[in-house]
Design a binder for this molecule. Structure first.
Ligand SMILES: O=C(O)C(=O)C[C@]1(C(=O)O)C=C[C@@H](O)C=C1
Length: 291
């Protein structure tokens, strides 16, 4: 059976840039929302799913993380970090009069990344959330009669024939998003085009309830072994106020001793630990990808 790759589409999304960076020429299927893509992976309609997990300005893409926590047989097998440049684009028929636009469409994360620009330069323009930056660009291209714009990337402008009227409108220059490749088996997926930058192991840890100093003990299990962490974040367990999971990213591959022994120590403290994946990560830098 040929391998199919699901991603958050349509064409022209940042996720599509990530997919094209990792996979070359395979059959790619776009999904309108993150849950639809994860369901397709769960149901075996696609072999891999590529989804955004975290942005440097706006933080975690919670819906992706929540599904990863819930669907225990779906694992992260690779990660690509993509530089994010947001541009304002309009239908070419409105390129001269773009200051008259009344509504700007984009993905909520993209809108949040351009908050200062929207607040200071586009005060009277409504910002409307849609399922992706690519969907916003597509919508603008299909409605030349409306006074609207989209926040999206330069490939979306090319794909849908839009004119970029304001470049680089994201508030902070160091804007990157982590995209993860998901699969139903723990493995590692390498890229033919990108060099491995390092490895991570992502863990979801549930603390024993009402145990004073539990988080401190969890962190010390990593600290005394000199295991470096690149992320710690709490997510509500959705079972009541004050109940959290902790997502911890360890800056190394799963091995036979260090990480298993850390997990064993955590379990002896009454924590439960799930491994979301142990995977290589790549940085897409200045590479223009077309698939
Ligand atoms: O809308 C897109 O283009 C996406 O791929 C989604 C997404 C996100 O979820 O954060 C990805 C990268 C950017 O940070 C903005 C939007």
């Amino acid at each position: 059976m040929t391998k199919k790759i699901g991603y958050l589409g349509p064409r022209g999304t940042f996720t599509k840039i990530a997919v094209d960076a990792i996979f070359n020429g395979e059959d790619k299927e776009s999904y309108t929302t993150i849950p639809e893509c994860i369901d397709a992976l769960d149901a075996g309609e696609v072999t891999y799913g590529v989804l955004p997990l975290e942005n440097a300005i706006e933080g975690t893409v919670n819906v992706t993380l929540d599904y990863l926590i819930e669907k225990k047989d779906i694992k992260i097998i690779s990660e690509v970090i993509v530089p994010i440049r947001q541009h304002l684009m309009v239908h070419p028929s409105q390129a001269e009069t773009w200051r008259d636009i009344e509504t700007i469409y984009s993905h909520p994360h993209a809108i949040a990344q351009c908050h200062h620009f929207l607040h200071n330069d586009m005060k009277h323009v409504k910002a409307e959330s849609v399922s992706s930056t690519g969907a916003a660009a597509k919508y603008v291209s299909e409605h030349p009669e409306l006074h609207i714009g989209a926040i999206a990337n330069h490939l979306a402008a090319e794909e849908y024939g839009l004119s970029i009227v304001k470049k680089d409108i994201h508030d902070f220059t160091n804007n990157h998003t982590r995209f993860v490749v998901l699969h139903k088996q723990s493995s590692e997926l390498l890229s033919k085009r990108l060099e491995v930058k390092g490895h991570k192991t992502s863990l979801i840890i549930t603390l024993p309830s009402d145990h004073p100093g539990a988080l401190h003990q969890v962190l010390s299990a990593f600290a005394w072994r000199k295991v470096n962490l690149s992320k710690i974040e709490s997510r509500p367990m959705k079972t009541g106020l004050g109940n959290y999971y902790f997502l911890i990213d360890v800056e190394q591959k799963m091995d036979d001793v260090l990480i298993p022994n850390t997990i064993a120590e955590l379990e002896s403290l009454g924590c439960s630990v799930d491994v979301l994946g142990s995977y290589p990560y790549f940085l897409l830098n200045g590479i223009s990808v077309h698939a």
